[in-house]
Design a protein around this ligand. Structure first.
Ligand SMILES: *[C@@H]1O[C@H](CO)[C@@H](O)[C@H](O)[C@H]1NC(C)=O
Ligand SMILES: *[C@@H]1O[C@H](CO)[C@@H](O)[C@H](O)[C@H]1NC(C)=O
Ligand SMILES: *[C@@H]1O[C@H](CO)[C@@H](O)[C@H](O)[C@H]1NC(C)=O
Length: 386
């Protein structure tokens, strides 16, 4: 019989032998920093890191998870672990490929192995593909999330599997996923409460990136599916869009035309059919229907709220000519433009509120108007919020 001391020594040595032979050596100064994070948090502050060294200026007393969308950075992993924060992989796969269960298993195994070899704490699944309800991809995606979660939890105890969803579960951008079952199997749903005007590439009507009432409406829809609010993490945009003006519409549509659009929409007509019937541009029909669905009114659209502050150029146009409806193209602003606009418009009001860098960019761009109702609403709903 082996003496007790020998038994325990063998057990102690075993992991280090595996560490040397089976996996990459720990890159951290302190080997224990390579251990995955196990503690569960009541409150998640989930960050998407897109590379570079910006992570050095995160407020690490708040961050709980960093999803690495940039190059893997061992310094970031070691540092995050020293602060008790998780570092998770990005997971994306072409859905038709993983309809085949063998391919799915191969993909999952690859991700688990990659996470383990890089001492990471889970995965953020970011599939933003269109899926038809009931299609093979629909079921494959649901299975993928379940199987990935099971595989990660068993291979890396305490690991976290999150899934990115659009601002509403209502087939946004044709993403008709099984939100209920996906939410059941993963640890967190990251709700992308931004790009709420969808992935438009052509002409459009200027609209806020994350309008307040629409954003809250989206969460109500998730909650009405009985999705656990503790699993919902609210994603907020720290960016905006510029809307270079193409044209003004000739005139506001008459009230009865707007009402007719809503009626025809309810009767199941498509936007282009309605447009043809009434001689109105399809984009205008779409905007009126969106407005009607969100606010239950066909009253004139909120006019170009975002560009008013975002782009000083448009301010001039609006004040010179009065508030016509702007027909615009949506362009992601570059960093320099955004910084100018922030310093000219937004940072002063943030400063006036004694906020440093943690405000929510929304609706009319005035945190004074949005912060309190948002917080109230979230508190009422017992949310975990970023
Ligand atoms: C970091 O967050 C903590 C907790 O909210 C806060 O007290 C602290 O002031 C923040 N630090 C900086 C530099 O903003
Ligand atoms: C499964 O993977 C194989 C090999 O990578 C690939 O050739 C095949 O097309 C995949 N199956 C499907 C249904 O995409
Ligand atoms: C601007 O609007 C007018 C009137 O609706 C139209 O004739 C013209 O083609 C539009 N121009 C552009 C660039 O869309």
């Amino acid at each position: 019989m082996l003496p007790d001391t020998l038994t325990s020594r063998c057990l102690l040595f075993l992991p280090s032998i595996i560490a040397v032979c089976g996996a990459a050596a720990c890159p951290c100064e302190e080997p224990e920093l390579c251990q995955q994070i196990r503690a569960q948090r009541d409150f998640e502050v989930f960050v998407f890191d897109v590379g570079g060294k910006t992570w050095k200026s995160y407020n690490w007393s708040m961050v709980t998870t960093v999803a690495t969308f940039g190059k893997y950075d061992t310094d970031l992993m070691c540092y995050a672990h020293s602060k008790g924060a998780r570092v998770v992989l990005k997971g994306d796969v072409h859905l038709p490929y993983i309809v085949d269960p063998n391919n799915r298993t191969a993909w999952i195994t690859g991700k688990v192995d990659l996470a383990k070899s890089q001492f990471m704490d889970g995965i953020n699944i970011d599939i933003e593909q269109a899926v038809e309800e009931g299609s093979p991809e629909y079921h494959a995606l649901t299975d993928l999330v379940k199987e990935t979660t099971d595989a990660f939890h068993s291979a890396i105890p305490g690991s976290q599997v999150s899934f990115d969803v659009a601002w509403s579960p209502n087939c946004i951008d044709k993403r008709c996923y099984d939100y209920v079952r996906i939410a059941e199997s993963c640890d967190l749903l990251f709700v992308m409460s931004y790009d709420e005007q969808s992935q438009i590439t052509g002409d459009c009507i200027a609209t806020a990136n994350a309008p307040l009432s629409q954003t809250l409406n989206g969460y109500d829809q998730f909650l009405s599916l009985n999705i656990d609010p503790k699993k919902l993490v609210m994603g907020v945009p720290w960016y905006g869009y510029d809307y270079p003006c193409l044209n003004f519409s000739q005139e506001e549509l008459a009230k009865d035309t707007r009402n007719k659009i809503a009626d025809l929409h309810q009767a199941g007509k498509t936007e282009s059919a309605i447009g043809k019937q009434l001689g109105v541009k399809k984009s205008t029909v779409g905007a009126i229907i969106r407005n009607w669905k969100t606010y239950k009114t066909t009253d004139n659209l909120p006019r170009a709220g975002a560009p008013r502050k975002i782009s000083p150029r448009e301010v001039n146009i609006i004040t010179r000519t009065g508030p016509g409806r702007l027909i615009c193209v949506k362009e992601r602003m570059n960093g320099a433009m955004y910084r100018d606009i922030l310093s000219e418009n937004l940072l002063p009001s943030a400063r006036a509120l004694k906020m440093k860098r943690g405000w929510v960019f929304q609706h009319d761009n005035d945190p004074k108007h949005t912060a309190r109702p948002t917080k109230e609403w979230l508190r009422k709903k017992h949310f975990e919020v970023l």
